[in-house]
Write a protein that binds this ligand. Structure first.
Ligand code: AMP
Ligand code: MG
Length: 397
């Protein structure tokens, strides 16, 4: 067995960021910027009012109430046509530009109108309720450094600044195939010995959730020819391929045989539980993750290796999920076996702490208990932990 760090270094060394490209902002959610983004405009682009109300000269309000002549109404999206002299005001709507001569806004709630006259009831200082040009960003400011993940809000900022395209690492297309003669996916009755394929749906869904493009390479029988064809197609059409099943020590583990022949693979036994076996390598430069078939193992292996490697290829600066500190609600026992254990837990926020409750059913075939959990508690080799002890936790959703 090798330590997880060694396996991960091996994977990460072969999962380098892809060359950046210009991406339409509409397609960039979840991608990582490849260059610094500099504001080419100021935000807001012009001084405007934060309130519906009246633009005034604050010096006119030295004693209130005071009556001012209303010279025009300025709607958002329209330019003022009148500049204000002493004793004048303009009715103004949120977002509209400030007229020349005005230096403050009085909110409509503090005024009353009679014909062309407004009575102002409060004193306000210069700048009141005015959003100056460049208040949020000045032209030339660094908006995001290279390596920023584009979230909904950040895409909004890019649109505010007029960007239509942005330089990002390309979204990865990742193929997924299940292998195993026992697997079916047609919804029919099960014949003796058959089970239904779950890993493919799970892995494709994990990929979508992590902003990759999932590519379904299908359910492949334990047949060398079929496996070779699917792997070849995946390696040609995709930026990376994930297989599930067929990489253990069994007699019909043909994925292993094919990958040995057409790929440059390393077969690892990693000192972790679950997900001890991992095949990782490349076919003509395309990374291939051979995950174990047991459903929990394949999810954990995806989390620890595939997700990290794929995120690295997509330019993430911190591709590996960082553990947070949690508190074990109950004792979690395990035996000393030279492995790190990833225990399926429910993590809850309680009184400012993350408290973890192990779920029942920790077998690597027990997908339903994996699905009940939302986190993995990381237990180093040893006898486990007591209730109330601190544990590292990987929050999965
Ligand atoms: P293998 O890695 O092919 O030896 O499979 C290990 C275990 O996982 C076996 O019990 C398989 O039936 C099961 N398994 C393999 N692939 C899948 C899959 N796609 N969905 C559900 N179970 C699977
Ligand atoms: Mg199998």
């Amino acid at each position: 067995m090798i330590p997880i760090e060694e396996a991960r270094t091996y994977v990460m060394d072969r999962c380098r960021p892809q060359p950046p490209e210009a991406t339409d902002v509409a397609d960039a959610l979840g991608l990582v910027t490849a260059t610094d983004v500099i504001a080419n405009e100021s935000l807001p682009p012009f001084a405007n009012t934060a309130m519906d109300g009246f633009a005034v000269r604050s010096a006119d309000l030295s004693s209130v109430p005071v009556q001012l002549e209303v010279v025009e109404t300025i709607a958002a999206g329209h330019n003022p046509t009148r500049s204000l002299d002493s004793g004048q005001a303009s009715r103004i709507m949120t977002g509209a530009p400030i007229p020349d001569g005005a230096d403050a806004i009085v909110m409509v709630e503090k005024t009353s109108v009679d014909g062309d006259t407004v009575t102002i009831e409060v004193q306000v200082g210069p700048g009141n309720h005015i959003r100056p040009a460049g208040d949020d960003l000045m032209k030339g400011d660094l908006v995001f450094p290279a390596g920023t993940r584009l979230t909904a809000g950040r895409l909004g900022v890019l649109c505010s600044l007029g960007f239509r395209e942005i330089e990002t690492y390309p979204r990865l297309r990742v193929g997924v195939m299940s292998t195993g003669d026992e697997l079916v996916d047609d919804g029919g009755d099960l014949e003796p010995g058959q089970i239904r394929d779950s890993n493919r749906r799970t892995l494709l869904s994990l990929l979508s959730g992590d902003a990759f493009v999932p590519v379904d390479l299908g359910l492949i029988a334990d047949d060398e020819g079929a496996i070779e064809e699917a792997l070849g197609q995946g390696a040609r059409d995709c930026d990376a391929v994930i297989t599930s099943g067929g990489v253990s020590m069994g007699d019909f583990d043909y994925v292993k045989a094919v990958l040995n022949r057409i790929g440059d693979m390393r077969w690892m036994q990693i000192a972790i539980k679950p997900a001890k076996p991992l095949a990782f390598g490349t076919i003509k430069g395309t990374p291939i993750f051979g995950l174990p078939g047991n459903p929990v193992s394949s999810m954990v292996s995806y989390e620890l290796f595939a997700r990290a490697g794929l995120r690295s290829m997509m330019g993430f600066k911190e591709p590996i999920r960082a553990a947070i500190k949690g508190i074990a609600a109950n004792s979690i026992s395990r035996r000393t076996d030279g492995k790190i254990h990833y225990v399926r837990v429910i993590a809850e926020h309680e009184n400012g702490a993350t408290v973890v409750y192990p779920v029942s059913g920790q077998g690597s075939h027990m997908l339903a208990s994996m699905a009940r959990s939302n986190a993995l508690a990381v237990l180093p080799d040893g006898e486990g932990c007591e209730a109330g002890e601190q544990v590292d936790v990987l929050l999965l959703d």
